[in-house]
Design a protein around this ligand. Structure first.
Ligand SMILES: [Zn+2]
Length: 324
């Protein structure tokens, strides 16, 4: 906070930026002073996404850290699809009551400050570029691999949003039109091959078809458990990750051809399995990349900001928009 001292009176200027991360389970809000990514206030509340009143819970969460007269802007990371140019949530499977929901104008009317919005994966990519693993790079591709696959792209020092604001939905790039069904309902997107649930689905199908594994059939099997089995030599578990890495390499070969980044940043729980996924990924990437020169000096690294990426991306967005 910038404090202007006039005689004995201290006047706080409007220098705080508020960041909001709307998740399926929690809404997080935080307030930041200029040039800092350490919040001076932070609040977390249950989003109860399927229960009416998400918007009111969001307003209450912001009010709980609000400092009257000191906030200059609010940035928000939310699940999409959404339109960052108009601030409208188009529809989001996580929050059924938000369909064509004008989130930023409602909040801006309520709080009287500019409000900026973009989807959570774009925001995580922006955060990794500004404050995390991709600091100093000009061209970055961020991929989060967890229950879905999301992406964010920085091209020539700008966040790629696109005409409709639907830019960089990297999880829904088409790999095989005859492939398995994706979380979005279409077939053969990379998310349908390499997300956590897709890896598990493949493993379960193979086991049902008679492939041997040390694991007992288990409807609640997760990727961490599958990775443990793979590390003890379970060949079906190894092949499930290997297949996911193979397809991920094909997808990323496409991303290199389009964006030609200097750094690839991987976030999300599934990317924590490490070599099980990334050795086959690298082999496949080398095999499928259009030209080997894309790989010269290309950095492939883990995300640095963990669970704070969405929040810090929202912070970066609000600061970026305030400076435009
Ligand atoms: Zn899809």
């Amino acid at each position: 906070m910038r404090i202007l001292v006039k005689g004995s009176v201290i006047i706080a200027a409007m220098t705080l930026t508020l960041a909001v991360d709307i998740g399926g389970t929690h809404i997080r809000v935080a307030a930041y002073e200029p040039n800092s990514i350490a919040p001076i206030a932070h609040q977390r509340t249950k989003s109860l996404a399927n229960t009416p009143g998400v918007y009111n819970r969001l307003v209450k969460a912001i009010e709980s850290i609000w400092k009257e007269g000191q906030v200059s802007a609010i940035g928000i990371a939310s699940p999409g699809p959404l339109d960052p140019h108009t601030g409208v949530i188009l529809d989001t499977p996580n929050i059924p009551e938000w369909t064509n929901f004008p989130l930023t104008s409602k909040l801006s009317d309520h709080f009287g400050v500019p409000v900026h919005l973009d989807n959570d994966a774009n925001m995580a990519g922006l955060a990794e570029w500004q404050y995390g693993a991709g600091k100093g790079h000009h061209d970055l591709v961020y991929l989060t691999i967890s229950t879905g696959i999301g992406g964010g792209v920085i091209s020539n020092d700008r966040l790629l949003q696109g005409f409709h604001g639907l830019g960089a939905e990297l999880g829904h790039i088409l790999i095989d039109p005859d492939g398995p069904q994706c979380g979005c309902g279409k077939n053969g997107h990379i998310e349908a091959f390499s997300s956590g649930p897709s890896i598990i689905r493949y493993f379960n199908e193979q086991q049902r078809d008679g492939q041997k594994s040390s694991l007992q059939p288990d409807p609640s099997l997760g990727t961490a458990q599958l990775a443990e089995a793979a590390l003890t030599g379970d060949s079906l578990a190894i092949s499930a990750f290997s297949r996911a890495g193979h397809y991920l390499g094909i997808a990323v070969a496409n991303f290199l051809a389009i964006f030609d980044p200097s750094i690839l940043v991987f976030g999300g729980g599934v990317s924590q399995v490490g070599d099980l996924l990334f050795k086959p990924f690298e082999k496949s990437l080398r095999m499928h990349v259009f030209h080997p020169h894309y790989l010269d000096d290309l950095i492939i690294t883990k995300a640095g900001l963990g669970d704070d990426a969405g929040l810090l991306g929202a912070l970066a967005l609000a600061r970026m928009k305030s400076n435009e």
